[in-house]
Design a binder for this molecule. Structure first.
Ligand SMILES: C[S@@+](CC[C@H](N)C(=O)[O-])C[C@H]1O[C@@H](n2cnc3c(N)ncnc32)[C@H](O)[C@@H]1O
Length: 235
């Protein structure tokens, strides 16, 4: 019985591999994600395309900050965990997600097929992570675009904690890091406005990558695409 199940699994995987087509052309991506990704649509499409162009047999993806709201807040948070999970379901591989919130981590562990969410501070967890990384997605400490220092320092320290594991095969994607005021999210103009903050008061660069992007560029990394998210690779 056990052997028959294993055989069925192997045959299904072989069938999937041979006839799967591209993830970015799949109904799962097009119906469940693409049209709902809002300000992240172009960059997530580029990221998924770059990943699938690698044509490797097993992907290893790491993200900091899991999809705490499930798929409910896809246009606000991005639903990265579920997007990566769907990508890995189409191809093959694992997602290591790191989140400091135990409820968010538990929810991910019970609602995804390829993600393991570790409940820890992302910098602490990344510093002990040894696996190869095809994609590093940084999206943990929530950002205040008017004062991004804490969040930006956190992203920089996340990267430094895992830097020795990064090679030219790793695609780095940083969330919530608009290139300029054209890529600010629509909710920036929403209340609360009582603090008197206006878009013109934002000092650039802002966002989670405000210090990390300059750090990477000065280390020779190339910016592949930068809108609300930034994608970089090490040449
Ligand atoms: C913006 S949400 C992540 C959204 C998710 N990537 C998505 O696309 O749906 C940020 C998450 O980072 C987590 N977080 C905040 N500080 C953290 C830290 N120091 N280490 C790990 N996770 C942290 C929060 O608990 C929250 O779930």
């Amino acid at each position: 019985m056990h052997t028959q199940k294993t055989l069925t699994y192997i045959l299904k995987s072989m069938y999937k591999k041979k006839f799967r087509g591209r993830f970015t052309e799949s109904t799962v991506f097009l119906n469940d994600f693409n049209s709902k990704l809002g300000i992240r649509r172009n960059t997530f499409f580029t990221l998924m395309t770059m990943l699938e162009n690698k044509k490797i047999s097993t992907y290893s993806i790491i993200e900091t900050g899991c999809s705490r709201s499930g798929m409910k807040n896809i246009s606000g948070d991005g639903a990265s965990t579920y997007l990566f999970d769907a990508f890995l379901d189409h191809y093959n591989g694992d997602l290591l997600s790191i989140d400091i919130d135990i409820d968010a981590a538990n929810h991910i562990n019970s609602s995804t097929r390829h993600a393991t969410c570790k409940c820890n501070d992302s910098i602490a967890e990344l510093s002990i992570t040894k696996q190869k990384i095809d994609c590093l997605y940084l999206d943990s400490l929530d950002v205040d675009f008017f004062d991004p220092r804490q969040s930006a320092d956190h992203a920089l320290n996340e990267f430094k904690a895992i830097e020795k594991q990064i090679d030219s095969e790793t695609i780095i994607c940083i969330d919530d890091t608009p290139k300029n005021h054209n890529y600010l999210p629509p909710w920036i103009d929403e209340p609360p406005k009582e603090f008197g903050k206006q878009v013109k008061d934002i000092a650039w660069p802002t966002g989670k990558g405000a210090t990390l992007i300059p750090y990477l560029v000065s280390a020779g990394y190339r910016v592949v695409k930068h809108e609300y998210q930034a994608i970089l690779i090490k040449p």
